[in-house]
Ligand binder design. Structure first.
Ligand code: WTA
Length: 658
């Protein structure tokens, strides 16, 4: 390293606040610091500003209806269509030739869709769905990887008022079946397979296996042929080839169906405390307004930008910030099919350079991998088109933040560290990049209009520097409306902890721990429930546990997250073999297989340790904290309150031996 560079590293190392670069501020969408006060004083009317970013078929009567809290309603009696807002209106405004989606396949092929072309495709697909019998409010399941047909299908569903439920393509057959069963979904769009590190992956066999687990009749399955001759497969009677079928509808006109603000736009299943995934319900008006507003205010997206969010559309980040928010603003959204290190570790930077990407939004786990690979990869490319960087999904450590700032942003791009959840629909806690100073490691203050704070177990706000829990005291337009078909669980999961129903005071509890500083900057510490965050993917430890205890020969299991340098957290399984079984390689393989079958490769355990007992308190509860410490290689605290303290050394020894 040259002396200059060494000096710079040393300076960065020490610096803990960063001002937004002047060049950014000059052009930013939101620059008036008064916006915080303005939103507070004019709440909830302030949210008209978000609604104004959309085109409404019917004006709403009221911004917020809180008469049945916490079942809040937003922009009541307004009518709009999400697909119209993301497509037609841009074409009508003369921007039909602007690129909407710039797609790149892993093998290097590209597909470019202008707004006009995307609208045509969406109309054809919408016509096809309708002809298959899909009616307004029917839930259509989409089980596809990062191929253009996924956003096309989402927008086609939105166009005809059929909510979609996207299932991440990396999820297992079982996960697909569980979600289709829960949503009573009779229609599925999937694909034959896709490419990963150059290999053709078979997706249709997994789909078919999943379909066997669906308890109701599935009327139609449409299969996108992504792999051509690279994979032979046969279609069952109710299965159609997407290209063949949609070709019959070429040139169709399908009028966008006006939807009530509160009509469901989509369902997204996510992990929670129990084994059953939760179907988070998002609606048309509030969600779209909120994803558009945050795309505008936080990601600073403009119609003439090229913007790239490297998440998968199968997660909420891709819904809000690859599809709905960016397209509502008429920008160019980049979509990449593959992995960041194929064919080489500079793939991301090659895509940034080639497309002259202005804004790049990714996860801390990716940044930590880039860091590990070394600066020579970004250095091979001209990244000067970038003006803003973002992160999402998990806490970012200051070292990774600074690396991103320096080596990707060239010290000229602000970074927005955006905290939010599947349930919140959009960003909640983050700096506004044209206004706020940045503090690496801290997400920032709550966004304007978001009344978030850090409280103790009694709901009292904690002092600066002390740890507590994040809560949100006021509703916001992008919030989930309920858990699908389960209002009770909705209340239990999010509103029970801190609300006072008798006083009609409702406090949203996201189940994250945090600290707050004297400037109201919030540092997220991580989940306080049984959810772990592996490479920015949210996994329920209970779901994994139930897969493991389903294995013949395993009596009991505990699953926890342990620290991991790149993934943030990794899955650790501790299991007790049944009498007559050995904790041997075979049992380990079967446990690993069960996890793969029930969730998918993202939940692959770092370690499966067999033990004759699990550490338990005197009242018989498994001491998860202790298991987490063992997994993370932390110093083990006091174990004297355990019923079986001896077991701790046994387990720790096993984990450290491997
Ligand atoms: C975590 C992803 C720290 C958090 C959008 C939250 C974060 C969970 C951040 C939601 C961040 C998300 N800093 N932690 N910037 N963003 N998280 O539903 O624990 O997949 O509760 O939504 O991710 O994960 P989900």
């Amino acid at each position: 390293m040259s002396q200059d560079n060494a000096d710079l590293e040393a300076r960065l190392e020490e610096q803990d606040t960063f001002e937004p670069p002047e060049s950014f501020v000059e052009q930013a969408n939101v620059t008036d610091p008064g916006v915080y006060e303005e939103f507070e004083e004019n709440w909830p009317g302030c949210w008209e500003r978000a609604a104004d970013l959309l085109s409404w078929d019917e004006e709403y009567d009221a911004v917020l209806d809180d008469s049945d809290a916490p079942f809040y309603e937003w922009f009541t009696n307004g009518e709009l269509n999400a697909s119209y807002n993301c497509l037609d209106r841009h074409v009508e405004d003369g921007a039909g030739d602007n690129v909407a989606i710039e797609w790149e396949g892993e093998l290097g092929e590209t597909r470019t869709y202008t707004y006009e072309e995307l609208l045509d495709e969406v109309e054809d697909t919408a016509a096809m769905l309708r002809d298959l019998g899909v009616e307004e409010d029917d839930i259509v399941t989409l089980y596809m990887p990062m191929i253009p047909e996924l956003p096309i299908a989402m927008l086609a569903c939105a166009r005809i008022g059929a909510p979609h439920s996207v299932v991440f393509a990396g999820f297992s057959a079982d996960a697909l079946a569980t979600r289709m069963n829960s949503a009573d979904s009779e229609y599925l769009i999937t694909c034959d397979g896709y490419y990963r590190r150059g290999d053709a992956l078979d997706h249709i066999s997994k789909t078919n296996e999943g379909l066997e687990g669906v308890e109701h009749e599935v009327s139609d399955v449409v299969v996108v042929d992504r792999l051509g001759d690279d994979l032979d497969h046969e279609l069952a009677d109710n299965q159609h080839d997407y290209d063949d079928l949609v070709a019959e509808y070429e040139g169709s006109t399908v009028e966008p169906v006006p939807r009530d603000s509160e009509d469901m736009l989509f369902l997204m299943y996510t992990s929670g405390t129990t084994g059953q995934p939760k179907g988070v319900k998002h609606t048309t008006g509030g969600y779209l307004a909120y994803s558009a507003w945050t795309s505008h205010a936080v990601l600073d997206i403009e119609a003439d930008d090229t913007y790239w969010c490297s998440a998968d559309i199968g997660w909420i980040t891709g819904h809000s910030y690859i599809v709905y928010g960016p397209l509502a603003l008429g920008t160019t959204s980049v979509m990449y099919e593959g992995t960041p290190d194929y064919p080489d570790k500079d793939r991301m930077w090659e895509i940034v350079e080639k497309n002259e990407v202005d804004i790049f939004y990714t996860a801390p786990t990716a940044i930590r991998a880039f860091m590990k690979w070394g600066t020579e990869y970004p250095e091979q490319h001209d990244l000067s088109s970038l003006r803003l960087l973002g992160t999402v999904g998990e806490p970012i450590n200051p070292r990774a933040w600074k690396w991103y700032y320096k080596h990707i942003g060239g010290e000229e791009c602000p970074i927005v560290d955006t905290w939010w959840q599947t349930e919140t629909g959009g960003m909640m806690i983050t700096t506004l990049p044209g206004i706020c100073e940045m503090k690496p490691g801290s997400a920032g203050p709550p966004l304007p209009g978001i009344d978030a704070q850090v409280v103790d177990a009694n709901g009292e706000e904690v002092d600066a520097g002390k740890a507590g829990y994040v809560t949100v005291n006021n509703p916001w337009p992008g919030m989930l409306r309920t858990l699908y078909n389960n209002d009770e669980r909705f209340i239990e999961e999010y509103w029970q902890e801190y609300s006072d129903p008798d006083a009609d005071e409702w406090v949203y509890f996201p189940e994250d721990g945090a600290k707050i500083d004297e400037d109201d900057y919030i540092t997220i510490l991580g989940r306080v429930d049984d959810v772990i965050n592996v490479s920015g993917h949210r996994l329920g430890t209970m779901e994994i546990e139930s897969a493991v205890v389903g294995v013949e020969g395993i009596a009991e299991a505990a699953v926890v997250g342990g620290d991991h340098e790149v993934k943030g957290e990794a899955v650790y399984v501790y299991a007790i073999p049944e009498d007559g079984y050995e904790g041997d390689e075979e049992l380990e393989e079967r446990a690993a297989e069960a996890i793969l079958d029930s969730i998918g490769p993202i939940a692959k355990p770092e370690e499966i340790a067999f033990t004759h007992e699990l550490p338990k308190t005197r009242s018989g509860k498994i001491m998860r904290r202790l298991l987490e410490d063992i997994a993370s290689g932390n110093e083990l605290g006091n174990t004297s309150t355990l019923r079986n303290p001896d077991v701790v050394d046994d387990i720790a020894e096993q984990v450290s031996n491997d």
